[in-house]
Ligand binder design. Sequence first.
Ligand code: ADP
Ligand code: MG
Length: 308
Amino acid sequence: MNDKELKIINVAYSYLDDSWPLAAVDGVSFTLAPGSALGLVGESGSGKSTLGKCIAGLLCPQRGRIIFRGQEITGNTNRDIQLVFQDSATALNPRMKVSALVEEGLQIQRIGSAKERQKAATELLQTVGLELSLCSRYPYQLSGGQRQRVALARTLILKPQLLILDEPVSSLDVTAGARLLALLHDLKAKHHLTYILISHDLAVVRQLCQRVAVMYAGKLVEIGEVTTVFSQPRHYYTKMLLASHPVPDPRQRKLPETNIYSEPLDPTLRPTGCRFHPRCPAADSHCRRIPPGFKEFAKGHYAACHQA
Ligand code: ADP
Ligand code: MG
């Protein structure tokens, strides 16, 4: 145990819908060492963004604890943990100019004089590779890639230790995405940042992360080193995710062990036993009744699957 780690302990968050609560995150636990990068993957609706918001303190989990550097932070925002939202087009206030958007965090926290804040914002815009001439523009006058960089500069100005990046490149074209990934890679090394990278793109996770956590229907189903999980996935859901990913060389394409064409789970349904059993080709009566616990397959590689 390391008290500098981020510890997520049995965290659960339900959205209270009109008629019944929807368990978006349902008892997720993992730890994250400082300076490392964890990819959080899973289909849309699996609870990745909700978990990210819980860690950033924007949502208060109904159950579980979040501990950062030995301090309980459940339900509180913390300057050291910042979230870059999934959709920069709506996450940035359309009435604020780029310079004001980048400075805003310092202003809210009452850090520095106006001049110092301006200087810090200018430096950060350079760090993220934006022309200073963009300072007086509004978000709608920027490209998607530029907006993502503004969103990144806005969080970096608070000098966070942990950065949660929610689908940072999913709205960008491939070259803008590649540039942003390279920037994230450099920033991480330079500022010894810790990342949680939420993405449905496994290639992005492979590029930036050492570990990967796979979520399905609010549950963590597999976690481990990227190289191990991607080469020897244990959970059938992870196998399905990997098989769904296009491979450029047809000779490298493996026949999927799983039915990649099965429909995603209705979010209001939470099946008994293993949540993946209605889609799993290997499910038996045990899977339908008993929720699987985690088994360790290699050092730090865990999966919750009865059939693994
Ligand atoms: P992901 O980021 O993996 O796509 P989310 O965390 O956004 O998943 O969503 C998890 C589940 O919670 C989904 O079923 C989604 O429909 C639901 N959900 C997300 N946000 C809300 C909300 N504000 N109110 C009600 N349900 C929500
Ligand atoms: Mg999301």
